[in-house]
Design a binder for this molecule. Structure first.
Ligand code: NAG
Ligand code: NAG
Ligand code: NAG
Ligand code: NAG
Ligand code: NAG
Length: 485
């Protein structure tokens, strides 16, 4: 980390605390009345169909979920300081010089206003679209518009593999090329952190290493150490630089952590390393992220990246750098301003069950592709589950877990910036506690004491229903995902 002078630090603290006071929409009772009122019987029908199918969906895997809970607690251990603007690196605003992004018009798509089959993720009054073909199945099926950026320029598609186990989509990873030899490594994409790391000369590592001897451009520092702690372990090593590319788009001197030690936890994971896509202000390396370098060098068509995550399907997920892929969406994008340019943090006002809102909460939600589930402060989680009759803390798995009756039909939504965004029931239901139990574990967990009481972490469980657009102009957009058709 370069050591900023005190004046700079004070300036940063001020700048961030100014950003940390969001203009929140007053939801008032009108929104909730609206949500209730707008429910269509068709949506309820599809929700109960989906729930019916899930009840056959198998057993809860406690090992995977408890591992993630621990890891989330470690990942966000400094969240209170981060959100208060303490200890941040300067924001380089690499989006400067790019035009404001606007999503391509959906009018070119062959769509109608009929409700999609099955689950409807949006507020019922939000237009939703059915399509005649499934664009994710074949290239020929692309409906009308190819994936585009709004301006001429380069866009980069990173296909992702969904590593799923039981009812959980555990992580999403894809190939990036390292060094002059273009060694392909499988990289977990994480919008909840801002460092890039891969194993290099790593003793005992089970996953693939970046063999730096195959690169003539690799440089590393013996003095700049890096260390990133996860729930049950950590990675540590030294800062290094080399070219990091996806296809033809290359950053010649990208800073990353060459991890010489990686804890055993990562042995089970199919990915080799991790790409942080949050703001570089929170990078432990103090260096801009790979995406920020792409923006800085004006390599892309737009200062956004967009994420499509599949549900229980290895292929089909992707990150689109510099672009927005309308074939992955079924409706318009709804935008949420970023509260602090650290995590992709947006305002969350609470949750709803069947259109009934939990007590208003005043939360900052970090949108995190590197986290599978959804995490809330204790009291907010408890308020939420009290809306589901028969739910209870599931102490057998430790603090944070809740069960609910498997046969309850539920429409669970997060309320973000005054809009309710539904979560597909099969993503909320993590499975039965026992083969013949009528209790299922809920995919919304409590973070426990010691955590900021205003922080929520919104992971893949939500993003599988909502195609997400991360815009460096300072906003996160959500459009109903094609997964919900
Ligand atoms: C539920 O299962 C039925 C029969 O297997 C199937 O026709 C229907 O499409 C499924 N619904 C959902 C939402 O998956
Ligand atoms: C998830 O659980 C399965 C089955 O218990 C296990 O094989 C797998 O290694 C776990 N995955 C992770 C990432 O821990
Ligand atoms: C969309 O769905 C509606 C009603 O379900 C149907 O009448 C219409 O033909 C569909 N449109 C397309 C383009 O498939
Ligand atoms: C919400 O939190 C922010 C910052 O934490 C605070 O400034 C604001 O007054 C709070 N709003 C409400 C309605 O509690
Ligand atoms: C939600 O609505 C469904 C369908 O109307 C109903 O069966 C279910 O009991 C409701 N659940 C709760 C918790 O209100």
């Amino acid at each position: 980390m370069s050591s900023p002078s005190w004046t700079l630090l004070c300036f940063l603290v001020l700048a961030f605390s100014a950003r940390a006071s969001p203009v929140r929409q007053d939801l008032g009772s009108s929104l909730f009345a609206h949500v209730n009122h707008a429910k269509s019987s068709r949506a309820e029908q599809s929700v109960s169909t989906a729930v019916q199918n899930i009840t056959d969906a198998g057993m809860f895997n406690a090992a995977n979920a408890t591992k993630e809970l621990k890891s989330v607690m470690a990942k966000y251990a400094n969240a209170d300081k981060v959100l208060a603007g303490i200890g941040l690196h300067p924001d380089t605003h690499p989006e400067q010089g790019y035009p404001k992004f606007s999503p391509p018009s959906l009018s070119n798509l062959r769509v109608s206003n009929g409700a999609p089959n099955g689950f409807s993720p949006a507020l019922p009054d939000t237009p939703s679209f059915n399509t005649t073909t499934d664009p994710s199945e074949s290239a020929d099926g692309i409906i009308g518009v190819p994936p585009v950026g709004p301006e001429p320029g380069v866009t980069v598609h990173m296909p992702l593999t969904d590593y799923n186990s039981g009812s959980m989509d555990i992580l999403y990873y894809g190939p990036m090329q390292f060094g002059s030899g273009g060694t392909s490594m499988q990289i977990d994409v994480d919008t909840g952190s801002a460092d890039l790391w891969v194993p290099v000369d790593c003793k005992g590592c089970q996953n693939k290493m970046f063999q730096t001897s195959s690169s003539t451009t690799y440089t590393s520092s013996s003095t700049h150490k890096c260390k990133i702690t996860y729930g049950t372990g950590q990675i540590s090593g030294t800062l290094a630089q080399d070219s990091v590319a996806i296809g033809p788009v290359n950053i010649p001197r990208q800073t990353f952590c060459a991890a010489h030690k990686v804890s055993d936890d990562f042995d089970e994971e199919p990915s080799d390393g991790l790409l942080g896509l949050a703001f570089g202000s929170i990078a432990q390396s103090g260096a801009p992220t790979w995406f920020e370098n792409l923006l800085e060098e004006k390599k892309l068509a737009a200062s956004v990246f967009s994420v499509h995550l599949t549900r229980g399907k290895a292929k089909g997920s992707e990150v689109c750098f510099g672009c927005f892929d309308p074939t992955k969406t079924m409706g318009p994008v709804m935008w949420n301003p970023v509260i602090s340019r650290t995590y992709w943090s947006i305002a969350m006002d609470g949750l709803s069950v069947n259109g009934t809102q939990s007590p208003p909460a005043n939360l900052t939600a970090a949108v995190d592709t590197g986290t599978s589930l959804i995490y809330l402060p204790d009291s907010v989680a408890s308020d939420f589950y009290s809306l589901i009759p028969g739910s209870a803390p599931a102490v057998q798995y430790g603090a944070g877990f809740y069960t609910f009756p498997c046969d309850t039909a539920l429409s669970v939504s997060l309320v973000l910036g005054g809009q309710a965004y539904a979560i597909h029931p099969s993503d909320f239901n993590l499975g039965r506690t026992d083969e013949d139990s009528s209790d299922c574990v809920g995919g919304i967990l409590a973070l426990g004491n010691g955590f900021p009481t205003d922080l929520a972490i919104v992971g893949d469980e939500f993003l599988k229903s909502w195609y997400s657009v991360f815009d460096y102009a300072g906003r996160v957009g959500f459009a109903p995902s094609v997964n919900n058709r």
